[in-house]
Design a protein around this ligand. Structure first.
Ligand code: 13P
Length: 282
């Protein structure tokens, strides 16, 4: 069984001066593709559940998600992490940790920083007792659909606050706002690398870059060298899944039961390209 703690995977990434890649997954097709390609390329990987996909969209449940990743990963050699993405609901996070998520994100980015610290510290206290890692967010990574979010430097992570935030909250990693945003970009993002360098110099915890769909590779390569150790990708992965199903159905394929294989093959081709961005090999 190759399930590994996310903090261990991020430490490996930090030591290799690169990033680990974390993919939002919803079901067996996404999880199996991610783990298969990670094994093929000898790279650690992290499967993340976005809570809304479970409780509002009914793709899975936290328990089924954890069991699926564990089962798919049991025969591979590479480290596979399990992580609960963006969640602000204390009870949901605790329930997820009890189901086996040994890494969770508490997202207090919409709150004043003092409250964000206080709430993150409360989650960290419970997580420590269970043996789980906690990713926090400092600054606010918004949504690419508004364009304004990615360019609003008021929402960017302030390097001068980062050290105290990490120390007082006790977080294991921190998501930083440096010009990325979630969803498809309407305008090519320009990552604030100088800010990233300052945050990295001020903190000891691994830094996380959200909004990974559509950031140009040359910018990513610099960001990974300058301190990003976890890179989150979702939108473009899901969109490819959707497009593949749509094409399959529109083509009037004779056997409906071939759909998962078609989806997995297409996702795997995409993942082979994306995972090359991480320079770790295990
Ligand atoms: P995208 O959906 O924009 O790739 O971002 C994923 C993410 O940051 C998940 O936390």
């Amino acid at each position: 069984m190759s399930i590994e703690k996310v903090s261990t995977i991020l430490k490996m990434a930090d030591e290799a001066n690169t990033t680990a890649i974390a993919f939002n997954c919803t079901d067996y097709n996404t999880i199996a593709s991610v783990v298969k390609v990670a094994e093929e390329l000898s790279k650690p990987v992290i499967c993340m559940l976005y809570p809304e996909h479970a409780h509002l969209k009914h793709w899975t449940t936290p328990k089924i998600f954890v069991e699926t990743v564990r089962d798919v990963a049991k025969n591979v050699k590479v480290p596979v992490g399990i992580h609960l993405d963006h969640c602000s609901d204390f009870d949901y996070i605790v329930a997820a940790m009890r189901c086996g998520f040994d890494s969770v994100m508490y997202d207090g980015s919409m709150l004043p920083v003092e409250e964000n610290i206080k709430n993150t510290a409360e989650i960290v206290k419970v997580a420590k007792a269970i043996g789980a890692d906690v990713e926090a967010e400092l600054g606010r990574v918004g949504f690419a659909s508004t364009v304004a979010d990615q360019n609003d430097t008021d929402k960017y992570t302030k390097p001068e606050v980062a050290a105290a935030f990490c120390e007082q909250s006790g977080c294991s990693s921190v998501a930083v706002a440096i010009g990325s945003a979630h969803g498809f970009y309407k305008e090519t993002p320009r990552l604030d690398i100088e800010r990233l360098k300052k945050i990295n110099a001020a903190t000891d915890v691994p830094l996380v870059l959200h909004g990974g769909s559509g950031i140009p590779n040359d910018q990513l390569e610099v960001a990974f060298r300058e301190g990003i150790n976890k890179f989150n990708v979702g939108t473009e992965f899901f969109y490819l899944y959707y497009q593949t199903m749509k094409k399959f159905c529109e083509a009037g394929h004779p056997d409906f039961f071939d759909l998962p294989l078609e989806v997995q093959n297409t996702l795997e081709n995409y993942l082979r390209q994306k995972m090359q961005l991480s320079k770790i090999r295990v």
